[in-house]
Design a protein around this ligand. Structure first.
Ligand code: SF4
Length: 374
C-alpha cells in the first residue's frame, strides 16, 4: 500500500485530538481502525499498585517479532492516524529504543501518523532524548505530591521492599526529566487517576504538573482491572465531587483532557448531565471518547496476539502471523460484547461507554436503547 509521505498535520490541540474515536466515526459514519497500540516490552523498573497491565509484567523476555514485519502490518491499515507505544516501560532497554521505537516513530512521522509513548520517565534522560525528534506525545502517569506517595504507589507490587532513598531518587529524576523534556519542546501529557489515594489532592497534583511544564493534564477515574482489581473503588458521587473541585481550582491555561468517564448525556440523573454540560462548556477542557473497543487494536510484539483493549478481560481476537489488523478489527465489529456498548449520540459527541465502566457501574443498563438528553 502506498501512503502519502509527509502530509501536513494539524497541531495537537483541544480542537484536534487525533486519538478520539469520534472523529473517524463522524467522518466515515462507522468505526474504523485508525489507532494501533504496540506493546514493545513487558519489563518495567516499577510495580505500581494500579498498573493496568500489572499481571503481564515479567523479569525477562524473549525475542520480538522483527520490526520490518510490524511496519508491514501497520502499512496495511488504510486509515491509520495514531500509534501508541506501551509496555512495561518501553525505554527499559536502550536497545529497544534504538531498534524498535525509533524506527516505528520514524515510520509514523513519514506517513503523517501521530505517535505517543507511555513512559514513567524515571530512566536516563539520554534515552528519552533519542525519541524527542520523532515523537508527538510523551504520556506519563503522575499521581503524587511528594516522594513518599511515589514510593508507596510505585513499588506496591514489587514483592520486595524498596528503600525510600531509591524511590526518592527515581521520583526526582522523573520530575527533572519532565521539566527538561518540556523545556526542549516535547509535548508531555501527564495523566492522573482519580482513586482512593488521589481524589482529595488532585489540585495539588495538578499544580505540580503545571510547574513541570507539561502541555496537558489528563484525568481518568481508576477502575478495577489487573493490579487495581482489589483496590477500593470510588463511588460515582466521589468521582463527580473530585472532578468539580478540580475544575473549580485548576489553572485555566493548561489543557485538561478527561477520559473513560462514567457519566453520559443519556443519564436519568440530573447531576450527571450537569457534569457533562460543565465539561463541555469549560474553556481548555476536553472529554475524549474511549478508543478501547472503538477505533484501536493492541498488538503484542512478542506473541503477535491482537487485542481490542488492554484494559478489560476480552481475550486475543487474532494474531498478526495469521490475520491482517483489519481482519481482526472486523471480527470485533461482529462480537456480542461490542454490540452491548456500541451506541452513538451525535448531539452529545458521545460514542458509548468503555466496557469495563459499563461492567463496573451499569450492569443493568442497555445503552443501545438510550439517547442523550442535551
Ligand atoms: S452514545 Fe450511548 S452512552 Fe453516550 S449518551 Fe448516547 S446512549 Fe448514552
Amino acid at each position: 500500500m502506498i501512503h502519502k509521505l509527509n502530509p501536513v498535520l494539524l497541531p495537537i490541540t483541544p480542537q484536534n485530538d487525533p486519538w478520539d474515536p469520534i472523529r473517524s466515526l463522524q467522518k466515515h459514519g462507522k468505526h474504523l481502525l485508525t489507532s494501533v497500540e504496540l506493546t514493545v516490552t513487558n519489563l518495567c523498573n516499577m510495580r505500581c499498585e494500579h498498573c493496568a497491565v500489572g499481571e503481564t509484567l515479567t523479569m525477562t523476555e524473549g525475542p520480538r517479532i522483527p520490526v520490518d514485519t510490524i511496519l508491514r502490518k501497520l502499512d496495511e491499515v488504510e486509515h491509520l492516524e495514531t500509534i501508541s507505544i506501551t509496555g512495561g516501560e518501553p525505554s527499559y532497554h536502550e536497545a529497544t529504543v534504538r531498534d524498535y521505537i525509533v524506527p516505528i516513530l520514524k515510520y509514523a512521522r513519514a506517513r503523517g501518523v501521530r505517535s505517543q509513548i507511555n513512559s514513567n520517565l524515571t530512566l536516563d534522560l539520554a534515552r528519552y532524548e533519542l525519541l524527542a525528534p520523532f515523537l508527538d506525545v510523551m504520556h506519563i502517569s503522575f499521581n503524587y505530591v511528594q516522594p513518599e506517595d511515589f514510593h508507596e504507589v510505585g513499588f506496591a507490587r514489587a514483592g520486595r521492599s524498596v528503600k525510600h532513598e531509591t524511590a526518592a531518587k527515581l521520583y526526582e529524576r522523573m520530575i527533572e526529566n519532565t521539566i527538561e523534556l518540556s523545556r526542549g519542546g516535547m509535548f508531555v501529557s501527564a495523566e492522573s487517576m482519580i482513586n482512593y489515594r488521589t481524589h482529595e489532592k488532585l489540585t495539588d497534583i495538578h499544580r505540580l504538573i503545571v510547574k513541570m511544564g507539561c502541555k496537558r493534564h489528563e484525568v481518568h477515574p481508576m477502575y478495577p482491572s489487573s493490579f487495581a482489581s482489589n483496590l477500593p473503588v470510588l463511588s460515582l458521587d466521589q468521582f463527580r465531587a473530585s472532578i468539580h473541585k478540580l475544575l473549580d481550582e485548576r489553572d485555566r491555561e493548561l489543557w485538561m483532557l478527561f477520559g473513560t468517564l462514567p457519566y453520559y448525556a443519556c443519564s436519568p440523573h440530573e447531576e450527571d448531565r450537569r457534569m457533562i454540560r460543565r465539561l463541555r462548556e469549560e474553556p481548555n477542557v476536553t472529554v475524549r471518547n474511549d478508543p478501547d473497543g472503538r477505533n484501536r487494536l493492541n498488538v503484542n510484539l512478542f506473541t503477535g496476539d491482537v487485542y481490542v483493549t488492554d484494559f478489560s478481560d476480552v481475550p486475543a481476537l487474532g494474531n498478526i502471523h495469521s490475520d491482517t489488523l483489519e481482519e481482526v478489527f472486523s471480527r470485533w465489529g461482529e462480537h456480542p460484547l461490542n454490540a452491548s456498548v456500541n451506541c452513538y449520540c451525535p448531539a452529545a459527541n458521545c460514542c458509548g461507554p468503555n466496557l469495563l465502566v459499563a461492567d463496573t457501574y451499569y450492569k443493568e443498563v442497555d445503552f443501545t436503547t438510550r439517547k442523550a438528553v442535551v
